[in-house]
Each structure stands twice: as structure tokens, then as C-alpha cells.
Write a protein of this length. Structure first.
Length: 194
């Protein structure tokens, strides 16, 4: 009778499954897998039919120090909105690209990184990873057209209040495609102000 052989691929697969079961290793592995997705995919512009026109509104949030911050959305401002959490592997995977985008456009575009977690937890998370993008805590439920149960969900809203990008899941927000879109939106806003 033939003796059963153990294949290295089977052993590695078994180790991988065990690592996914252990909570301490599950999140880092899931973040790594999502980082691969971030490297491969950048968000796409919504088709004309998918673009929703929002009425201008003020998004009431609190910064991590507990101070009220009211951000105008669709009233001449371009806004990047991200619904995220510190425990969410796809959120963690895409955050470096959002932080890099903020570093380039933070003075031209409003960034709302909205979480429902405790501000101290968010602050520790951002400081540990040296992220500069400002996070906020929502004081109200999001508007109906911005409500999603999936995180991360990210939006780019132009100066007129039109949702031009809606993306669920991890993406590369600092890609050339996104930067070109941001530059075009800024140029449109400046042209309409003249």
C-alpha cells in the first residue's frame, strides 16, 4: 500500500487557515490582502446616471477634541467623505492613500473622515500610524443619499453637491486617476467662481 505524502502547499494552506482563525493575526492578514487590492484598484467616476445631486447642506460633526465642526457640502466646496473604523481591515488598508491625498489636497478640498468610535481610540490609531488626515465623529445620521451599511464607503462630492465618486471597499485614493479628477473638479470650481 502506498504511503500518503504531505504536500507543502497543503501545509501552508492549513497554516494560513489557522492564522485567520486567531484574532491577533486575522486583522493584519486581512489588511495585507486589502492592501493588494488597493495597489490594483482605484475608484472610478460614477456614470452620469449614477451621479446623485445633493441639496447643499451642512454636515455637523465633532473633531477628536469634542469641538463642533460644521462643513458645507455642495455649496461651492469639494468634499471627500469617508465612513470608516479603526477595526476595519479594508479601511486600514486604504488609509495611507487617503492620507497621501489629504497631504496634497487638504488645503483645497474638505476631508471628512467620519467614524462612530470613541475619539480617544481614533486619535491613538491615527497617531500610532503617523496619519495627518483629520478624523471626525458624526453628531447626526448621514443624509439619506450618503447612508450605507458598508465600511469603508467613500464619496467625492463636487462644488455643486453632485456625488461624482461613490466607492465601497478599499481603493487607492492617491492614484493618478483620482488626482486628475481632483484637479479637474478644482478647475471647474474655479471656472464657475469667475
Amino acid at each position: 500500500m502506498k504511503k500518503p505524502t504531505i504536500k507543502i502547499g497543503d501545509v501552508l494552506f492549513g497554516v494560513f487557515i489557522v492564522l485567520l482563525i486567531i484574532p491577533q493575526t486575522r486583522i493584519p492578514i486581512m489588511v495585507m490582502v486589502n492592501r493588494l487590492k488597493v495597489e490594483l484598484f482605484s475608484p472610478s467616476l460614477a456614470s452620469e446616471k449614477e451621479q446623485i445631486q445633493l441639496e447643499p447642506f451642512i454636515y455637523e460633526v465633532e473633531n477628536l477634541q469634542g469641538e463642533s465642526v460644521n462643513t458645507k457640502v455642495g455649496d461651492g466646496n469639494i468634499t471627500f467623505i469617508s465612513y470608516w473604523a479603526t477595526w476595519c481591515p479594508p479601511c486600514i488598508a486604504e488609509l495611507p492613500s487617503i492620507d497621501a491625498l489629504y497631504g496634497h489636497y487638504g488645503d483645497k478640498i474638505d476631508f471628512l473622515m467620519i467614524s462612530d468610535e470613541h475619539p480617544e481610540k481614533i486619535n491613538l490609531f491615527l497617531e500610532k500610524r503617523n496619519f495627518s488626515v483629520p478624523a471626525v465623529v458624526s453628531k447626526l445620521n448621514p443624509p439619506k443619499d450618503l447612508y450605507e451599511k458598508t465600511i469603508p464607503t467613500n464619496y467625492i462630492i463636487d462644488h455643486t453637491g453632485k456625488i461624482v465618486v461613490k466607492e465601497k471597499g478599499a481603493s487607492n485614493w492617491n492614484s493618478k486617476k483620482v488626482r486628475n479628477l481632483m484637479d479637474a473638479l478644482i478647475a471647474e470650481r474655479e471656472a464657475s467662481a469667475k
